[in-house]
Design a protein around this ligand. Structure first.
Ligand code: G3P
Length: 218
């Protein structure tokens, strides 16, 4: 299972990279705005800065909603750095642009996916990644993990190679449950990844080991 971090915060990306378990980064226009990164040139430079920290795929989202605009922006993004993955919205134009880029062997991430039918279309268009937003489904009393399970079943039925990138992951148990049901990738905040470390028995056991070691070395 791949771990991506879902942020445009360079310090958090550096911290996840330093942990040694980071496989990539996802961003979106809201995450960029949250970091105060605005204006086309600043945003493009920020993508390059992210690519220079992490070794894996970095999803960079187009802002255009028309097909020609998506192609134009996507090509500009791809030219920035070999690690860039073109992130496209799950719309008719996004699917058409996905097909265009997958025919050119450019990696794509279909975002804002909320149904199995949308995920099926993304696979048909050759998407590298499909991003079901599990947290946002949970927010409206709909089981986000159940969507990941449905997509897993459909992709396995036909051997689609599109990777299921569980997005809008909010907490540690989302990660554990995604691993149980076979998501290929999760993307979430650093806090959710670090939460995997925590267990009180680990802390108690370690404190005891240290105390016993110190007693024996007095
Ligand atoms: O990867 C998608 C993500 O950025 C959305 O997360 O927490 O805003 O639903 P959230």
């Amino acid at each position: 299972m791949k771990f991506f971090i879902d942020t445009a915060n360079l310090n958090e990306i550096k911290a996840a990279q330093a942990l040694g378990v980071l496989d990539g980064v996802t961003t979106n226009p809201s995450l960029m705005a949250k970091e105060g990164i605005t204006g086309k040139n600043n945003i493009l430079k920020h993508y390059v800065d992210i690519c220079n920290i992490v070794h894996g795929d970095v999803s960079a989202e187009v802002n255009a909603v028309d097909y020609d605009g998506m192609i134009r922006e996507g090509e500009e993004l791809v030219d920035l750095h070999p690690q860039i993955v073109v992130k496209l919205p799950m719309t008719k134009e996004g699917i058409m642009a996905c097909k265009y880029f997958s025919d050119k062997e450019v990696k794509t991430n279909l975002t804002l996916v909320f149904s199995a039918g949308q995920a099926l279309l993304a696979a048909k268009a050759g998407a590298t990644y499909v991003s079901p937003f599990i947290g946002r489904l949970d927010d409206i009393s709909t089981d986000g993990l159940a969507l990941v399970e449905e997509i897993r079943e459909i992709y396995d039925n036909y051997g689609y190679e599109t990777e299921i990138l569980a997005a809008s992951v909010r907490h540690t148990m989302h990660i554990v449950n995604c691993a149980k049901i076979g998501a290929d990738v999760i993307t979430g905040p650093l806090s959710a990844i670090l939460g995997l470390l925590k267990h009180p028995l680990t802390d108690i056991g370690l404190a005891q080991f240290i105390a016993d070691f110190e007693k024996g070395n007095k």
